[in-house]
Design a protein around this ligand. Structure first.
Ligand SMILES: Cc1ncc(COP(=O)(O)O)c(C=O)c1O
Length: 460
């Protein structure tokens, strides 16, 4: 008889051994268990994870309507790539792309792709920039061995990844302690004939503001006219692409600007869909390098694919379409306005609580509050201590981080105000931050061990 059978209380029904032995971990168990047991093993373990609704760090959707969840649950078994079998799902993807292209003011017929998120969209968009640059150079009989890409230190890490994975020199404009976005004066010295493109951010990960996209576009137009260099502009609108068109419709950052050739947006951020959906939209069909499109007929029909992955779910594509038609332009506007008003309310409360400075709350911004202790704050704690204390006392996941080079002397706290953070919750959050500061005042900051557990992740 195995040891555990001797120690197992007789009442313990077979399959429940994990209650005493722990969950299977290193090996696939020799024998299966009842579905209910498997479900309990998982459910009981993940209660130790944070509660997504209290995650103030993530840009990604943590609440969808029950009807949307029904659409998702009913379509988990549909492989998106299988266009021959699921042609209506493929058509729905195309509708989403057309709707986004029109939202971003594309001048005419265009093309794009559904992706896993903005990271895949950026890799694909930037690859197209590299291929198009190489074509232009080859046509002119010029070398193609030193491509570079220009962007600011305010970009998401995916841009560094693209450059490393695909062998492009990153020309990164550093930030400054009082300047967290970039403009034309930063870009200008870095652009040359080997620049495959410039990337600008609409809604940065660090403070939610926008690069000076209009002026960067003007610079690139001037460079085109004066030096004959046609340098395309890609807009990383991972978060901002669903915010700016509704909150700041007159602000020009999209295809209304001449040099903007491609835009990425995360459907799973302010598009309001659960994780697993992003979009890449080109200005016109010719902006997608034809060499990057693969044609295959594995699945019963000749099909064009332009993705880094192959098989993937359809559910989030359908959920994106659900949101687009369920909310419409007025619904999205309402959602964005609610989040903006609640973030303004939170910013106001924070300024009244203590020695906090809210960063750039008078500028166009994502619905979030980026804040830090004022330079002259005379307190025995810092931003990292606050992040720890508010998570220890109330379970809020509030990230603390230092800004990218050369603004790393600035510490930041950032609270996303998404649609599930209603006024009562925002108000409670402000009270909880005030309480955490009071505790820290008394205890004189967090311990070394506590500080090691602070949430510092910035971009997701
Ligand atoms: C500006 C920006 N770009 C790209 C990304 C990556 O997006 P995803 O998580 O959709 O891959 C993020 C994520 O937060 C982001 O904020």
């Amino acid at each position: 008889m195995p040891d555990h059978d001797r120690t197992m209380p007789p009442s313990l029904i077979s399959g429940h051994e994990w209650l005493l032995e722990g969950a299977p971990d290193n090996q696939i168990p020799a024998h299966g268990v009842e579905p209910l047991v498997a479900m309990r093993v998982i459910d009981e373990e993940i209660v130790l994870d944070g509660i997504p609704e209290r995650n103030l760090a993530t840009f990604v959707t943590t609440w969808m309507e029950p009807e949307a969840q029904q659409v998702i649950a009913a379509n988990l078994h549909r492989n998106f790539i299988d266009h021959a079998e699921y042609p209506r799902t493929a058509e729905i993807e195309q509708r989403c792309i057309r709707m986004l292209a029109s939202l971003f003011n594309a001048p005419g017929e265009t093309t794009g792709a559904r992706t896993q998120g903005s990271s895949e969209a950026i890799m694909l968009g930037a690859l197209s920039l590299k291929w198009k640059w190489r074509q232009r150079r080859e046509a002119a009989g010029k070398p193609t061995d030193k491509p570079n890409m220009v962007f600011g230190g305010d970009v998401h890490v995916v841009w560094d990844k693209f450059c490393r994975y695909f062998d492009v020199e990153p020309r990164i404009v550093p930030l400054q302690p009082d300047k967290f976005t970039i403009g034309p004066e930063d870009v200008e010295p870095h652009v040359d004939e080997n620049t495959i493109g410039v990337a600008a951010v609409l809604g940065t990960t660090f403070t939610g503001h926008s690069d000076d996209i209009g002026a960067i576009n003007d610079l690139l137009v001037t460079i085109k006219n004066d030096r004959g260099l046609d340098v395309p502009l890609h807009i990383d609108a991972a978060s901002g692409g669903f915010v700016w068109p509704f909150l700041y419709p007159d602000s020009e950052w999209d295809f209304r600007l001449e040099q903007v050739r491609s835009i990425n947006v995360s459907g799973h951020k302010f598009g309001g869909v659960y994780p697993g959906i992003g979009w890449l939209v080109f200005r016109e069909q010719a902006d997608l390098a034809e060499d990057l499109v693969f044609y295959e007929n594995y699945l019963g029909k000749r099909d064009a694919t332009f993705t880094l992955n192959f098989s993937t779910g359809s559910a989030m594509v359908l959920a994106q379409y659900y949101n687009l038609i369920r909310l419409g332009r007025d619904g999205y506007t309402l959602v964005m306005e609610v989040m903006k008003k609640n973030s303004e309310f939170l910013a106001g409360r924070l300024e009244s609580i203590g020695p906090f400075e809210v960063v750039g709350d008078d500028a166009e911004q994502l619905p979030l509050v980026a804040f830090h202790l004022a330079a002259d704050a005379d307190v025995p704690y810092d931003e990292f201590d606050i992040a720890w204390q508010v998570s220890a006392e109330r379970g809020w996941m509030l990230p603390a981080y230092t800004m990218p080079p050369k603004a790393e002397s600035v510490k930041m706290l950032r609270a996303l105000v998404k649609i599930n953070l209603n006024r009562a919750l925002v108000s409670t959050l402000a009270d909880d931050i005030a309480q955490a500061c009071e505790t820290l005042e008394k205890k004189g900051g967090a311990s070394k061990h506590e500080r090691q557990r602070v949430k510092t992740g910035v971009g997701y």
